[in-house]
Design a protein around this ligand. Sequence first.
Ligand code: ADP
Length: 267
Amino acid sequence: MRIILLGAPGSGKGTQAQRLQKDLGLPQISTGDLLRKAAVSGSEFGLQAKMAMDAGELVSNSVVLEMMKERLSACDVGSGYVLDGFPRNQIQAEGLDTVLSDLGQTLDAAVFMDVSHEVLMKRLTGRRTCSKTGKLMNIHFSSQQDLDECIEAGGTLIRRDDDNEDTIRNRLEVYERETEPLITYYRKCRLLQVVDAHTRAAASQNIEVRLVALPGFGFDVDTPEDLRQVHQYPRARQTASFLDSIGFVGRYPRLDRDVGSDLVAIG
Ligand code: ADP
C-alpha cells in the first residue's frame, strides 16, 4: 500500500506515519527526517538543506526529488510505504507521479489530516524533545509529571531549530501557498481522503477506517501460512474487531474469506 500523508506542519503526520509503520508494517519515509540527517552529516547539500529548514523555507525541488527517487527505488519499500512530508508542492507531486509510473506503481491514497490553525500553533510552539530519552512532549499538552521526569533524569527540553515563532509563521505560510493546493490535486486524482485529526486518537481511528476501506488494504488468506502472517499484524485483528463493533458492512475484504474456524479468532 502506498499512502501520502498531507497536512500542515504540526498536523501529526510524523506521529501517524510512525504508528502505521508499527501497526501495518508500512515503512515511513519522511523527507524532514532525511533532510535533517543530511544536515547533521555536514555535507554541502546537508548544510544548504539546513539553511532552508531553519528559515522555514522548502528545500529545492530538484534536491528533494533526486533524494526521493533514490529512496523510493530501494528494495525495502517495494511493496509499500507512508510518505510523510512529501510531496509538498505541485512540482513534487508531478515528480512523484513520474517516479511511480517509471517503477510501474500507483498510489492508494492521499490522506489529508485536517487540524485547525489554533491547535497547530499550540502544537508547534509547545513541541519539545527530552535530550536524555528522545521522548516527544508538548509544554501545553503533556502532563507535568512527564515534563518533570525528563528534568529529573538529568535531561533538558529541547526545541527543534525550526520551532521558533518566526520560522513557524513562515512554515505555515509556505504550507498554505505551496502544499494546500495539493488537496485539490489529489481530489482530482480521486485519491483524497480527508480526516479530522484534532486529537491523536481521532486521527488514528479516522485514518484506519479510511484505509481498511481501500481496495489495496487486506491480506490474502488462502493458506495456513497466510493466516499465520495475518496473526502477526495485531492491528489487523483489532481493526476487524473494531469494524465488527460498529457494524461495518463494507470491505475488510480478504479477511472474510472462508478459511475455517481460525477466522473466528481474527474477527
Ligand atoms: P513539519 O511538517 O512539521 O514542518 P518536517 O520534518 O516535515 O516538519 O519538515 C521540516 C522542514 O524540512 C520543512 O520546513 C522544509 O524546510 C524541509 N522539508 C521537508 N520535506 C520537504 C519537501 N518535500 N520539500 C522541501 N523541503 C522539505
